[in-house]
Design a protein around this ligand. Structure first.
Ligand SMILES: Nc1ncnc2c1ncn2[C@@H]1O[C@H](COP(=O)(O)OP(=O)(O)O)[C@@H](O)[C@H]1O
Ligand SMILES: [Mg+2]
Length: 279
């Protein structure tokens, strides 16, 4: 896949649940190959619903989800907030599961599982059971299981939200390195401003429910990220900007755009008045 080409495009995608809840409203978004896109929004704004539409686990009520023609079936990896491992299976067997479901040969599976284990730094724990692992290690298994199919896009739904801060920082750094090394395309959902800026080469801010794109900005910073970035002025500046955009998004129906280089004096641009209150 060429870097810079759209992997998938949502056009005016809405999702109304049978209960009548409108979770997403005419959301348009392109995910570009090789980018680390973080999706930031308040709880209940439709982030998980959006990932489910992309994964094909639900259909949009209106609009479309289009994959770039890439020949063959789309491949995606999904990492949930909970690691959701099979407690009775060893680390290597948990990671092998998607390959077994896809009837990949044992010989090829062994190579791919070994590679995924190395990528997440779990060498030596292949034969361990989930109960023998810390929360951070279980999440590493979950990430390895998502990577083992070599996905076109990795969907991550608040994967680090339940981890303590020290573990989270370490996993963020390792994920950033992994994404860089394997040239992954990542769509990472979070409700943390700090995490969205730390990980994202691009941050998309969603409005409160029904979710739509309220702001879309590029974050300039080292790739991969490292601890020096976390305490840099550039990082803190970007966090301040994203916090302000999120606060504005919470207030009303504005569409905001920022110059790619960020910096001072950014002017939010109101969209043509659409007079839509929060649902
Ligand atoms: N299966 C469902 N049936 C009805 N309403 C749902 C369902 N799933 C989610 N919702 C509602 O849709 C809205 C968005 O949910 P969700 O996508 O889970 O938000 P987020 O992940 O941003 O917290 C919420 O109001 C939630 O209650
Ligand atoms: Mg969610």
């Amino acid at each position: 896949m060429t870097a810079g080409a759209p992997v998938l495009t949502l056009r005016g995608a809405s999702r109304v649940y049978p209960s009548g809840t409108r979770a997403l409203d005419r959301l348009s978004l392109s995910v570009v190959a090789g980018e680390f896109l973080t999706l930031l929004g308040p709880s209940g704004c439709g982030k998980t619903t959006l990932l489910r539409l992309i994964a094909g686990l639900a259909e949009p009520s209106d609009g479309s989800v289009e994959w770039s023609p890439d020949g063959g079936a789309r491949r995606l990896g999904f990492v949930f907030q909970e690691p959701t491992l099979m407690p009775w299976s060893r680390v290597e067997d948990n990671i092998r599961l998607p390959l077994m479901l896809a009837a990949v040969s044992p010989a090829e599976s062994a190579g791919r599982v070994g590679e995924a284990i190395a990528h997440v730094g779990l060498e030596g724990f292949e034969r361990a059971y989930p109960r023998e692992l810390s929360g951070g290690m279980k999440m590493r298994v979950s990430i390895a299981r998502a990577l083992v199919t070599d996905p076109q896009i990795l969907l991550m739904d608040e994967p680090f939200a339940a981890l303590d801060e020290i573990t989270r920082f370490k996993l963020e750094n390792d994920l950033s390195s992994l994404a860089q090394r394997r040239r992954l395309t990542v769509l990472f959902v979070t409700h943390s401003v700090f995490e969205s800026v730390y990980l994202g080469s691009r941050v998309v801010v969603l409005s409160p429910r029904p979710g739509r794109v309220a702001a879309d900005l590029r974050v300039d910073g080292p790739a991969p990220r490292g601890e020096a970035f976390r305490t840099s002025a550039a990082y803190l500046d970007a966090c301040r900007q994203v916090s302000a955009l999120l606060a504005l998004a919470m207030e009303g129906p504005l569409t905001l755009s920022l110059s790619p280089s960020g910096g001072e004096g950014t002017t939010p641009t109101p969209s043509p008045s659409e007079g839509r209150g929060q649902g």
